[in-house]
Design a protein around this ligand. Sequence first.
Ligand code: CAA
Length: 283
Amino acid sequence: MEINKIMVIGAGQMGAGIAEVCATAGYEVLLCDTSEQSLQAGIARITKNLEKNVLKERITIEEKDAILARFSLETTMERAKEIDLAIEAATENMAIKQLIFKDLDALAPEHAILATNTSSLPITELAAVTKRPEQVIGMHFMNPVPVMKLVEIIRGLATKDEVYEAIETLTHALKKTPVEVNDYPGFVANRILMPMINEAIYTLYEGVASVEAIDDVMKMGMNHPMGPLTLADFIGLDTCLYIMETLYEGFGDSKYRPCPLLRKYVAAGWYGKKSGRGFYVYE
Ligand code: CAA
């Protein structure tokens, strides 16, 4: 199962990061998004990061140009017929992802692997809309993708061992560390991280401490690089709420109920850093 050409679907924060690490590792990347504007924003983010790496003498200007030359920008998935692997990093919504997987299944060659960067949605349910559930797998990168070492690799119920092994090999080639996980809501990362963030929001909601105090306790007391409320803003409060809903629905356990304050912020359009306001205000 040789992988040479990769289509990354979604040029947002995660998709652009995934595309960057794939092209940096030498793969040909078709970066796909529905709008030209999103593609341009994605490639601008990637270029900025590569320019920083040139300044820090991690890569040469020639290497930066070679990495950028490995990209093609696509507003349709038509060229999925050329690929060995698709990594879907679209909006965290099952209906949208299912539509993408149906199209990919129809377009991609028989040997191609279909991976999703979903942070909590069931891989098995996504795989079920395709005719190749044994070639569907979860590949969950962490944000910011160029910096974070972990990739959770999630086996769906039908995922073949050869597919798992191909994705594990690819993860090493991307200079990341794979961790094998089974398909249950939130996998491992978000099953543990999100309830902590949700509890931090409850701590604020119940007036136990201020935003800054909660973050300081976790930064200085637990040596976390960011406090949980800063991290929630960084991930996106809409994404945090979506993941909590997935845990709540998937396990049917009240310990995963999203905090009403989180719901209120999301209803107000306070999504965190990307919208300029969350627990903090961003200029
Ligand atoms: N994209 C690319 N590079 C970035 C970046 C970004 N968005 N943000 C920071 N960096 C780089 C910086 O450029 C810097 O690189 P250099 O060494 O080349 O200078 C490096 O990261 C360190 O950055 P800073 O010194 O500015 O700041 P820092 O020491 O606070 O590190 C951080 C930044 C790595 C983001 C750190 O704060 C951190 O580890 N935060 C927690 C991140 C985390 O928990 N991520 C998981 C989120 S959950 C998730 O992703 C899963 C999900 O499904 C929700």
